[in-house]
Ligand binder design. Structure first.
Ligand SMILES: [Mn+2]
Length: 371
């Protein structure tokens, strides 16, 4: 028996949850906004579980916005059943709101305000099931929480609810569950024996990891492919900050995807700028390899916050993936532009001139931040 197989940790929360579901009328499951596959899977999984325990209870899964990967999963695996219905409108009153893959009320994009007394008039009770590190402040609106930060996904917690109750997840729901685990563990890179144990019960139903992987990512469109290749072509110079290989380039769109492409090519950190000539603005994405974040205490979220501010805009994000936007300074173009020349050429010169101005600024700030 694995040291992790202790389903008893779910017992008291599940008992409490079952009781309150049984005594509530309007029950809604939500997740953090821009729901990822883990949020989607855990929400559908929890509702399907209660469809077995309390079949007469109607539980709504409310996910107004899915992120790209979750949308791909949804498109591929949705099936005709009340188990798979997702609503997008908030009911006027909620007896029980269950938040999955998040705890903080602020993260769910609820239309219902918190009164100065710290109450939410339209919602009676909030329960949260989460696997993130959560502070007391973030859980202050919850009547009950089940927070297990050492779990790699919220989906795993839901699978263990099934296992504790000796129930089987529905076959079609299991596809979502496997997608939730795969994405939140970075394709099992951050999995422990418990994760594999929980994934195994899904694989034992005949699911294939390859089938899930296929559903996660849409085939890349032509313009995205071109953007990624152009990003590589437009690197004018490689930069070194300590031992870090930095690649900086520009594209018209798909800057986040192009950033990833440069890391795949070998860069440790990549920055991609997208210039918006008409508005005299720019957007920038940045990506850094995980091991560098640890070694050099790099936080691209902070970098983008500062860089965006420097440029009269704003920015933020995670340590390894972040973005910003800002204003472009008026510049003398290096080559006089013949007005009869095509717009494409103008844009090329515009982008190249601004790029040459911005690249040293990016490096300067990066050098200051890398200790
Ligand atoms: Mn998650």
């Amino acid at each position: 028996m694995s040291k992790y197989s202790n389903f008893l940790i779910h017992e008291s929360f599940l008992t409490q949850l079952t009781e309150i579901i049984d005594s509530s009328e309007t029950i809604v499951i939500v997740a953090h906004t821009n729901a990822d596959p883990d949020a989607l899977a855990s929400a559908l999984g929890l509702r399907a579980l209660f469809a077995q325990i309390l079949p007469s209870k109607k539980i709504e899964v409310l996910l107004p916005k899915l992120n790209t990967v979750a949308r791909n999963v949804w498109k591929r695996f949705q099936f005709d059943s009340p188990l798979c219905e997702i609503s997008t409108d908030w009911p006027p009153h909620i007896d029980l709101l269950i938040i999955l893959d998040a705890t903080d009320y602020e993260l769910i994009n609820s239309p219902y305000p918190i009164t100065p007394e710290g109450k939410i008039e339209e919602i009676q009770h909030i329960y949260a099931i989460d696997h993130h590190n959560v502070s007391e402040d973030e859980s202050k609106y919850c009547s009950a929480t089940h927070i297990l930060p050492d779990y790699s996904s919220a989906t795993e917690i839901i699978i263990e609810f099934y296992r504790y109750l000796q129930l089987e997840p529905d076959f079609n729901i299991s596809k979502f569950l496997l997608a939730g685990i795969i994405t939140d563990t970075g394709h099992f890179r951050y999995a422990n024996s418990r994760t594999l144990d929980n994934a195994k019960i899904l694989l034992d139903k005949g699911l294939l990891i390859a089938e899930i992987n296929n559903a996660l990512y849409n085939r890349m469109g032509r313009s995205e492919k071109i953007a990624r290749i152009k990003a590589a072509m437009r690197i004018t110079q490689l930069h070194y900050v300590k031992q870090i290989v930095v690649a900086i380039s520009h594209v018209s769109s798909f800057e986040a995807s192009a950033c990833k492409a440069l890391l795949d090519l070998g860069a440790d950190i990549s920055f991609i700028i997208a210039f918006e000539r008409k508005q005299m603005k720019f957007r920038m994405s940045g990506r850094a390899r995980e091991e560098l974040i640890q070694k050099y205490h790099i936080n691209l979220g902070e970098f983008m916050q500062q860089f965006g501010k420097l440029c009269g805009g704003a920015g933020g994000g995670h340590a390894g993936a972040a973005g910003c936007y800002g204003e472009l300074p008026p510049l003398e173009l290096q080559h006089p532009v013949d007005p009869s020349k095509s717009r494409g050429l103008k844009k090329e010169i515009f982008d190249a001139t601004h790029f040459a101005q911005m690249e040293p600024k990016i490096l300067k700030l990066l050098r200051e931040m890398v200790k």
